[in-house]
Write a protein that binds this ligand. Structure first.
Ligand code: GDP
Ligand code: IMO
Ligand code: MG
Length: 420
């Protein structure tokens, strides 16, 4: 059996959490492969509205096994809070959650380093979620990191002290005030909690599941345009958010990848700094933010909003080998008299139809305009009942991108989903 991958094609927050929860009953296993608590994946069903950060979005489906893969970075404090909230919701979390021994730990001092580094950057800051993601992946690639497997070995505390002291030395250069004592106390409580979970060699487990013909969905975090290699560097996150990240983040060979499910919003949002060619700083942007409740699920920051960007979407489809598309938040476009889609950019006086290396330089979007619709589409459950203006929009995107749109999400709830 091959492993399917679901990932974001924009700057994150495409609705991955909702869709993974919708698709989870079709799979035996949901596995996160990169990122950490910088992610905020929202799910809504029955009367429950919940945001997950580290834990895979299959957790509300009792039959589903959830794996935190080796590519993920874990903050024990945030993990502990997530577990508490899930227990309060009567989720039998202990039975179905496995954690890779190879996943790296976010130390309290990684968080401080993240904050100090951002403060020192001033206006050029990345707009990090300040969860310690960058410094943790730096220690991973610098071969200094601490892993989940270390916590059960003697000598863990010495390793922790060694790395923390190194960070404290580094922090002297930043002239940054901090106090990690309180966070540290909770951090060690979180470590004790993690020890009570199933800590596994997830690469063996995942490949065994595939050999047994079990169905696995790898759940991406962030989005393609935040990828460390292909995003708008340096305004990116510190992991490979693209499909290749599922191979390294779970220990799955490229020839074991099956469907690649790419998810995008019917418009664009970005939270944090960095280029955003189709950003709207006018009333339309304000309307998208308001109607789409575009405020960060992790930090609460208002998300920047703009029209759909086709050259960027095509770039993401190419990098990931997307085999099927999912469009979300189409309902947010209801009521717009006209809807725009960027088809090209003007760059250095020339028209181009691709996202160039110079993404941090001004790219002027050229738009194609579509007629809007006024019908409430949130209760529609079949494609044929959607307004013609909207299906015209969908057909155009499919034609341009060359990949079918298989699912249309028309609201945040599990049920507000049209499967074609
Ligand atoms: P993720 O990080 O990709 O999982 O996305 P987030 O959860 O950060 O942000 C998506 C937001 O949009 C959440 O508040 C979801 O509840 C909400 N959402 C998801 N799909 C839809 C949709 O089709 N329509 C509307 N209106 N909201 C949606
Ligand atoms: P989900 O999984 C949206 C953004 C931050 C910042 C940049 C680097 O919910 O889609 P980091 O904390 O990784 O150092 O921040 O990346 N960012 C996200 N934006 N959704 C996310 O995750 C994000 N995770 C990080 O805002 O611009
Ligand atoms: Mg999110």
């Amino acid at each position: 059996m091959k492993l399917d991958v679901l990932l974001g094609l924009q700057w994150g927050d495409e609705g991955k959490g909702k869709i993974v929860d919708v698709l989870a009953p079709k799979y035996n296993v949901i596995a996160r492969f990169q990122g950490g608590p910088n992610a905020g994946h929202s799910l809504e069903f029955n009367e429950i509205k919940h945001v997950l950060h580290t834990i895979p979005s299959g957790v509300f489906r009792p039959e589903t096994i959830n794996i935190i893969g080796n590519g993920v970075v874990i903050d024990p404090v945030i993990f502990m809070e997530e577990i508490k909230e899930l227990i309060d919701l009567n989720v039998n979390i202990r039975a179905n959650l496995y954690i890779s021994k190879r996943a790296h730990l976010i130390l309290p001092s990684h968080r401080i380093l993240d904050a100090a580094s951002e403060a020192a950057k001033g206006k050029t800051k990345i707009g990090s979620t300040l969860k310690g993601i960058g410094p943790t992946y730096m220690d991973k690639t610098g071969r200094n990191g601490l892993r989940i497997g270390d916590i059960i070995n003697p000598g863990f505390k010495e390793k922790y002290d060694f790395l923390t002291n190194k960070h404290k030395e580094l922090l002297k250069q930043y002239n940054f005030e901090f106090n990690i004592d309180e966070y540290e106390e909770n951090w060690f409580k979180g470590i004790e909690l993690i020890k009570t979970f199933n800590l596994i060699e997830s690469e063996h487990e995942v490949n065994r599941y595939l050999d047994e013909n079990k169905l696995i969905l790898a759940e991406g975090a962030q989005g393609t345009l935040l990828d460390i290699d292909f995003g708008s560097y340096p305004f990116v996150t510190s992991s490979n958010t693209i499909c290749a990240g599922a191979c390294t983040g779970l220990g799955v060979a490229p020839n074991k990848i099956g469907n690649v499910i790419g998810i995008f919003k019917a418009y664009c949002t970005r939270v944090g700094s960095g280029p955003f060619p189709t950003e709207l700083e006018d009333i339309d942007g304000e309307t998208l933010r308001k109607q789409g409740h575009e405020f960060g699920a992790t930090t609460g920051r208002p998300r920047r909003c703009g029209w759909l960007d086709l050259p960027a979407l095509k770039y993401a489809v190419m990098l990931n080998g997307v085999t099927e598309l999912i469009i979300t938040k189409a309902d947010v476009l209801t009521g717009f008299e006209s809807i725009k889609v960027c088809t090209h950019y003007i760059f250095n006086g020339k028209e181009i139809d691709y996202l160039p290396y110079e993404v941090n330089e001004p790219l002027k979007p050229i738009y194609k305009e579509f007629k809007g619709w006024n019908e409430d589409i949130t209760q529609i459950n079949s494609y044929n009942k959607l307004p013609k203006e909207f299906t015209d929009y969908i057909k155009y995107i499919e034609l341009q991108v060359g990949v079918p749109i298989k699912i249309i999400s028309v609201g945040p709830n599990r049920d507000e989903t049209i499967i074609r």
